[in-house]
Every structure is written in C-alpha cells, then in structure tokens.
Design a protein around this ligand. Sequence first.
Ligand SMILES: [Zn+2]
Length: 716
Amino acid sequence: MLIAVFAGAGVATIVLAGTVQAAPAVQADVQNPLLAPWIGPYGGVPPFDKVKVEQFKPALEAGMAGALAEIDRIANDPALPTFANTIAAMEGSARPLDRASSIFSVYSSNMSTPDFQKVEEEMAPKLAAFSDQITQNERLFARIAAVYEARESAGLTPEQKRLVWLDYTNFVHAGARLDAASKKRLSEINQRLASLFTKFSQNLLADETDYVLLLDKQEDLAGLPASVRATAAASAEERGQKGKWAVVNTRSSMEPFLTYSDRRDLREKVWRTYYSRGDHDDAHDNKAIITEILKLRAERAKLLGYQTHAHWRMENTMAHTPARAMELMQAVWQPAVARVHEEVADMQALADREGAKIAIEPWDYRYYAEKVRKAKYDLDENEVKPYLQLEKLREAMFWVAGQLFGLQFTLVNDVPVNNPDIRVYKVTDAAGRLIGLWYFDPYARPAKHSGAWMTAYRNQERFERPITTIVSNNANFVKGQAGEPILISWDDAETLFHEFGHALHGLNSNVNYPSLSGTSVPTDYVEFPSQLLEHWLLTPEVLNRFALHYKTGQPMPPALVEKIKRAHTFNQGFATVEYLAGALVDMKLHLAGDQTIDPRAFEKDTLAALGMPREIVMRHRTPQFAHIFSSDDYSAGYYSYLWSETLSADAWEAFTEAGGPYDQATAQRLHDDVFSKGNTMDPAEAYRAFRGRDPGIAALMRDRGFAVPTEAKAAK
Ligand SMILES: [Zn+2]
C-alpha cells in the first residue's frame, strides 16, 4: 500500500507518500527492527533506537519479496474479484515494507550520511523496479479493472468508490495496459530515473556541504546583526574553525547574509556560490543528469500515450491540464513583473541617494529591499526578531490547533528518537482521545537536508482496526546556547506555521483507507491547508499571547504589529517572480517533448522570452531544482504552490467574511470538508463544499497587493 518517496525525500517542503500498490502481512524477518511491527505506547512507534544503516538493504529486500508474495496471492485468488478481496486486500498489504520504507525516507532526509547514501543509491532503482512489478501484474490489474467496471452496482460507499477509481487510474497511469515490450522499457526508464534522482539530490547536498565561506576578519561582518554573526560563529565552530565565521551554502545562511551584509563583494560571492549549486561543471554538476531525466520523462510519456510529461503528470491533479495551470501563472506574471519594476526603482533611488553609484544586481536585491522596508515602512527585521522565540511560536501553533480543531499537545518522553534534540508530543482531541504523535526536529545537523518539511511516518486509517497517525515537522534552525531562546525571522515563523499546517492535515485525517489518508492528495491541493495556516500567525490573538519579547516578556507593541501588517505586501514582486519563473520553467521544460535540452541555455532563453527582470533569478535554478529533479513528485507541478495559494487566499476570506479567524462554524467546515477528508473525494468538490462556490483569483491578488483584473472582480 503506502510507500514513501525515496529519492531525495525531504528536499521539497513536504514529503508526499507516493502510493504504490502492494499486499496482508506476510512472514517477514522480524529480527530486523525495520520490518517488525512497531511496538510501545501510542499504537506503536518507530524503533529509532534500534536502527542501523546496514539493516536497510536486507529489510527492504525482504519487505519487497514479502509484498510481492502477498500481491501474487491477491492476484491469483480463485474467488471472483470483489472490493474486499482485491482493493481492500491491497490496502492491508505490505505492512513490513511500509515500516521499513518509512524509516528509510527519514534517513534520506534527516540522516543522509555517506554510508546511508551508498545504500540509497543501490536501493532506489530496486524500489522503482518493485513498484513496476506490481503495476505491471496483469492478473492483478484484471481484478482491479473488474471491480472498477462493477463499482456502481457493488454497494460501495463513496470513499470505497473513490479508492477503486484511484487504484484503477493509477495503474493505467503507470502503464498497466501496455504490451509486454513497452512494459519492459517503462520499467527500465523508471529504474534509471530513480538512480538519476538520487544522484541529483546527493550532488546538491554535496554542493551545500562542501562550499563554505569562512570569514576571519571583523570587517567581513560589516552590517550583519548580532544574531547572524552568532549563527555564523556557531557554524564555524561546528566545522572545527572556532573564532571564525562560516557562511554555509544553504538558503537559511545565504538569505540573512545577502539581506544585511554591507560588503557588496562578499554578497556577490555568496550569491554566486549559492546560485551555482549543481552548476560547477565538476563531479557534482547536475546538468547532464537533467538532460537525461527530461529525455527519459518525454519517452515515458509517449510510451504511456500522453503528449508530454506535463500532460501525464497533471492528469490526476485539481488543475487537470497544463493549459489551466499556465493560464493561472500567466494571469499573475504580468502584475508581478510590473511590481518588480516598481521595487527596483525604489531601491535604485535609495542607492542613488546614498551615493552608492551602482545599478541594482541580483546580489543587491535583498540588501536594498531591507533598506527600503526600513525607510518606507519603518520596519526592521531585527526589531521583530526579539519577539519571535522558536518555542513560543511552537506554543502558538498548538494554541491555534486547539482553537480551530480542539487539539491538545503534550510532551512525552517514552518514545525513541534518532537524536536527543528531537521531541515528541502526544496529540489528543477535544474528548481526550489519542489521535496521533507529532515529532519536532528543529535544528540543523550535518547529513540533514536544508529547508523545512513535514513527513508522515504512519498514516491514519481504520478499515481493519483504528490506526493513529505519526507526523513530523523538520526545520534547520541553528541550535543556540543552552538556556538561550532561539530567535527567528518573520519568514521562518511563517514557514513553521506552514509546515505545521501539513502536520494538522495529517493529524485531522478521518478516513478508512490509508491510501486516501491525510496529505495523500493531489500535489496542487496539498499546499492549500499548509498555506492557509500561515494566516493565523498574524492574528492579534496569537501575537498578543505568544509574540513576547525574549527579555521583557512584553507582547509585540501594537505599532510594530501595524507595521508588519502594512509591510505584508512589501517585496511581493520579488517573491512572486522568483517563484513563478521557476514554475514556468518547470512547466515549459516538461512541455518541450523529446528534444535534447541544455538546461543552462533553456533556462536563459525561456526567462528572456518571459521578460524576466534582470535583477532576479529563479528561486531554484534548474541545476538545483530538487522539487522537480529529485523525484517525479513536483515535476510539472511547481505551479501547485500558486494554485494552492489561490485556494488558501480565497479560503481565508471565508473566515474574514464570517467574522474572524476563529469563527467556529467556519473552522468546523474547514475541518469537515478539508482537513479531515484526505483524498476521499475530488478536491474541487471538497473545496466547493467548504466555500459554497469555486475559488477565484481576486483574493490572491488582494493578498499580494496586486491589481485585481476586471474579469476576476466580476467572478469574485
Ligand atoms: Zn508545503
């Protein structure tokens, strides 16, 4: 049933559980802790205290063999195919493999040591082949097809019908109807892609780890606030360079440096190093890998009967076709670019007034934007930070979850973790019933991927017996001195809320079948609950209770809150364009068919044709675009963030129209129609049930401070 995505899991902001159909528990090597049923409190917990890297290969191999035996039994059942003996039997299958895969994906994102990477490289193609063996099992597919044909007259519930439809569609989508020769080629392609995804991801991690800018003079730190210096000092010490300052080649290190450093030469250096990850023409270069990935994807799409990879990928999304996704992106692109030109003009004027005698370059953008923010909105990030304590914000998230969904979080100490810094919370509902566990892994560590993400270790289900979910939130904050609060930026606070939104989507899940559970929804719908949750950070209820100054304990002053609100639409030109450029390039790469693509030239030409402002680069340049090249998940799917944000802006207005962010009736509908539904119904219908109508883009444009197009106004 559920197998996590292996290659490069964790690089994206959420690790989606890709569903691969496999089969009721078979005899597995229970000596191997990776395969054994999870024991302990809370319905069993992952045995992180017993895992050793050398156990992964035997566990995955035994798990796959066991799953294939179960599948064979289902496929060769002499009884006529029914929902119970086919579809439900598959849901209950491959439990040992699921457990091993779940921990495997945690290692891939959080504990990717060199010895683990070797196992991952070896196992990725084998896991891909395994998944093909299932979707290409003809007897199994014949049974699924028979249940599908009879679905209307079999007395199935709507959820069961949805599951049948999904299984059938996924099998067809994965090539179940191909002839033998095509199936063989398809499987070769999938295995090769799995290897390339792993390599891509590992190259990127190498470039993030290997390139560190060490500073050893005070004058190199000019402009950097104390918190950024402290982080850089701690990073240097971690690398055995006590007394120096390290600018690590990750987003969380690059962004503050480019925002504050007065040293234009060093800003340029940091910028170039960061944005050339995977593009050094060396052993870790990703360009040839990308060319091959794109070729193979184009070939696979043709084989499966689709015009392009984008058409194939988007068939089961909410947007459904590349054309609809492009239409949304293009509607937002022009107003966003127009805003960038205004932002650059503001920054240029400020630089001129300061006598800087420069033209704004990409490594100047964040620096001058911050100065404009101070000048125009009188808002200084460093004024905000002392009010944003990591642990207080965690409490804030818990409080919001309590207000909206009646959830309670309690710290527990009886669960094994793979690092002492990881904490585990028991989650209960308003009636005090256990609904799951929430793992919190907040700090950066070597061998942990950068960024922030949510993972489900176990999905909620209840068709055989009730199983509660286990979810985790992961971030990369630099661990401070013992006893000192960790102060974070406003952006990081939003990201915390975002990832917690994914966690709540998992925790609130109330479905029968694990394949339909929690965040197992289409890519362009999965960011909707998480983006929506970001909105609660800025509510006075949260700020007054939890945005407390780390020294005085006083809440953020109303004047500062006002400034943050006014500055909310600030720099939205930059944020929208750096994102949208990536989303458009992603779609165009995957609409290009089987031509041989030179990633550098394609990126350059595509951006030129779009009229990309020269002062901005793509948020993830092609050679480092892990969303689309470390797995298939977000390929031709990076637009999903904008699609989901259209929904979340529109959904937020449901609360404001109803009287406020904590309106109980609206929160109840949000729970019933969105957060608890998983993939048990079509997302477009689920949204309509919540909102009473389809979403429009007007709310999104208002949220970003862009002009609302006339036709959008009419449509609302
Ligand atoms: Zn997300």
